[in-house]
Design a protein around this ligand. Structure first.
Ligand SMILES: Cc1cc2nc3c(=O)[nH]c(=O)nc-3n(C[C@H](O)[C@H](O)[C@H](O)COP(=O)(O)OP(=O)(O)OC[C@H]3O[C@@H](n4cnc5c(N)ncnc54)[C@H](O)[C@@H]3O)c2cc1C
Length: 293
């Protein structure tokens, strides 16, 4: 299908992009275009103005800010996958990005575009949720910060208001004794959208679980924190987390109970629930192992 005509605008600065977005009646931002152009080609959306973020260098930086890493919304999955800073301090994000699509997709597609599409199957959303990362949204009047847990509102609906651009993502560095892990299940080994995914963030203190966050993707209208699975892990002994155990079964069952999957072309709701249990157990083991190493 051919695209309908649109104006392609290419601002040179963030301020100019905000002004263009504010002025435009129905303007849409484009970063890598790997979601937007697919949706436009399928006739799911049309915009008179497409405003490109490609020339805005300040959106393309990964910075070390002490206890945090600041990631520009326009950083590509390839850059995140290869970032030594992220691999050393928040490895699951690099792992998530390294499993997005194909190399061609990862070279163009951005982390900002990934979460701004608001799809429940996005691969970076659950990893950002695990540490309650902070998002910076900017418009012509300035910037505001929002926790990523308030960002995902429903499938393909986020808290971004008209005129706002996601500019930066603030990721807390993992502290000693904390491990993070992501497990994604897709139908192929590459270029595969998540059928289900699970992230575990585990803190171990004196051989006991002192903190746990379990996040699930692609099995509800948004990625979400399974509070009940997270709670079950607190106080667990390390051996219960790194080996098969009744506790891991309980955490897996709790995450399944919190899920609300749809049946679609990639898998039935029942299949997804079974996946959640397997992925949650696997990712807890991995995160707990990392927390102790
Ligand atoms: C073949 C293929 C395979 C894929 N595989 C995966 C996969 O395995 N996992 C996965 O999660 N996704 C996958 N995707 C989806 C897509 O590649 C990702 O979601 C990607 O990160 C989108 O980023 P983008 O820069 O291309 O976004 P764009 O398409 O440019 O934009 C997406 C949306 O976000 C908005 N937007 C972009 N940047 C901003 C910003 N800074 N502020 C506000 N709004 C913004 C746009 O207006 C648009 O609505 C795949 C896509 C394709 C085509």
């Amino acid at each position: 299908m051919y695209l309908k005509d649109f104006n392609y605008l290419r601002p040179k600065s963030l301020t100019e992009a905000c002004e263009m977005l504010q002025k435009s009646r129905d303007g849409a931002l484009i970063a890598g275009g790997t979601d937007l152009l697919v949706e436009m080609k399928m006739g799911l959306r049309h915009h008179e103005d497409i405003i490109s973020l490609v020339d805005i260098n300040e959106l393309k930086q990964i910075e070390d800010a002490g206890d945090y890493i600041i990631i520009g919304a326009g950083v590509t999955h390839s850059s995140i996958a290869n970032s030594v800073l992220l691999k050393q301090n928040y490895s699951a994000l690099s792992e998530a990005s390294s499993n997005v699509g194909t190399e061609q997709v990862r070279n163009a597609a951005t982390v900002g575009g990934n979460i701004c599409t608001g799809a429940s199957c996005c691969d970076t959303g659950p990893v950002l949720l695990a540490s309650d990362c902070i998002l910076e949204l900017t418009d012509i009047n300035g910037s505001r910060e929002i926790s990523v847990k308030d960002f995902f509102v429903f499938h393909r609906k986020t808290a971004i208001k008209k005129g706002e651009i996601l500019t930066r993502i603030k990721v807390p560095k993992l502290k000693a004794g904390t491990g993070i892990s992501i497990e994604k299940f897709g139908l192929r080994s590459a270029a595969s959208i998540s059928v289900a995914s699970a992230v575990a963030l585990i803190t171990i203190n004196n051989g006991v679980c002192a903190g746990a966050k379990i996040v699930i993707g692609a099995v509800a209208p948004t990625p979400f924190i399974s509070e009940s699975a997270s709670k079950i892990l607190i106080g667990a002994k390390i051996h219960e987390l790194i080996h098969d155990s009744e506790l891991l079964n309980k955490a897996g069952d709790a995450a399944v109970a919190d899920s609300d999957p749809l049946s679609d072309i990639r898998g039935s709701a029942n299949y997804r629930k079974q996946l959640v249990k397997v992925l949650v157990k696997r990712t807890i083991k991995n995160a707990a192992n990392r927390a102790t190493n």
